[in-house]
Design a protein around this ligand. Structure first.
Ligand code: C5P
Length: 306
């Protein structure tokens, strides 16, 4: 037993994601939807810092622009992740205080909560010297939520099953995105329920070949032309104002735009940094979103820092 309550804190940086393609099949008997998702990790990061605490104690604090929207109790996915890992490590006296510095939009369709859970799994397994591989952590993560494994690997990946069965995908170069961040959240289960009501599911769930080719050859125009999200109609119907953001992007000739995941964040793909600045200025001037952020991807998955 090497872990000690005076062990040094461990800090991890973990990225958010955009779904470049999200094809969703009809709801299965377990309540989940089979899907094919092409994930790209992008350069908006949360930081997770874990400090030893009394055995059995898991506490959490959150800072950042949307911190007031994030619960710090057992509802927080990072707290669930720490407890889940601690249960697995029966012979280690686990206790932890988790500090989350949040930059990824809260309930924005960018897997922010899942990223925090992924970062916490990596940080706590390091703090508690659990000797787990990334694969072990991804398996633990998939029990917490469908989007938890991806932030561990980062880069670009094809997700199948519930979105948690990942295969890395080829991607050349760097893609420039403008994120239009909205006020308020969209609940993922609510968006999926509305999707069920609309009945516009995809079958069969094929991997989008043109998009994959565009990523492999580093061709942003081809990627932009094949961005697709089956949840977008449901998200737009619940939040019609998002259409205006898509329209502003189209007016600027962006290469492609879509609601990310279950929304409400809209991701606009542009050719270069200058185009990103132009689109950002227009979106800010029109006042259609809470904030605008320029990011690029792919970026690596969760990493220990400091
Ligand atoms: O897996 P996770 O707990 O993050 O999913 C949140 C909710 O999103 C689920 O309760 C379900 O309503 C919906 N979901 C789904 N099909 C998926 C992934 C998520 O219906 N493949």
């Amino acid at each position: 037993m090497v872990y000690a309550v005076d062990s040094d804190p461990v800090a991890v940086r973990v990225p958010g994601k955009i779904n470049l393609a999200l094809r969703v099949g009809p709801r299965a008997d377990d309540g989940y939807h089979p899907l094919v998702s092409i994930f790209q990790a992008v350069s908006v990061f949360d930081e997770i810092r874990v400090t030893p605490a009394r055995v059995g104690q898991v506490t959490c604090e959150v800072s950042g622009p949307q911190a007031s929207l994030v619960p710090t109790d057992e509802r927080n996915l990072a707290v669930k992740a720490a407890r889940h890992l601690a249960e697995r490590l029966e012979d280690v006296p686990c206790g932890v205080h988790i500090e989350i510095r949040k930059q990824i939009p809260v309930a924005g369709g960018m897997a922010g909560g899942s990223a925090d859970a992924a970062g916490t799994l990596l940080a706590c397994s390091t703090l508690w010297q659990a000797g787990l591989t990334l694969h072990d952590l991804a398996l633990l993560g998939s029990a917490l939520g469908s989007d938890v494994p991806f932030p561990l690997t980062g880069g670009v990946a094809v997700g199948t099953g519930r979105g948690d069965e990942l295969v890395p995908a080829l991607c050349r170069g760097s893609f420039h995105w403008v994120l239009a961040l909205s006020d308020g959240a969209l609940s993922t289960p609510v968006v999926y329920r509305h999707f069920d009501e609309l009945g516009q599911f995809t079958e069969p769930l094929d991997v989008p070949t043109e998009l994959m080719n565009g990523l492999a050859t580093g061709d942003p125009e081809q990627v932009g032309a094949h961005l697709v999200n089956d949840l977008q109609t449901a998200a737009l119907s619940l939040r019609p104002q998002l259409q205006r953001v898509l329209d502003i992007g189209a007016d600027h000739g962006v290469l492609g735009a879509l609601v990310s995941g279950s929304g409400p964040t809209v991701a606009l793909l542009v050719a270069d940094e200058q185009a990103a600045i132009d689109v950002s200025v227009s979106l800010s001037t029109e006042g259609e979103c809470r904030a605008v952020q320029r990011v690029s991807g792919p970026v690596p998955g969760a990493r220990i820092i400091g």
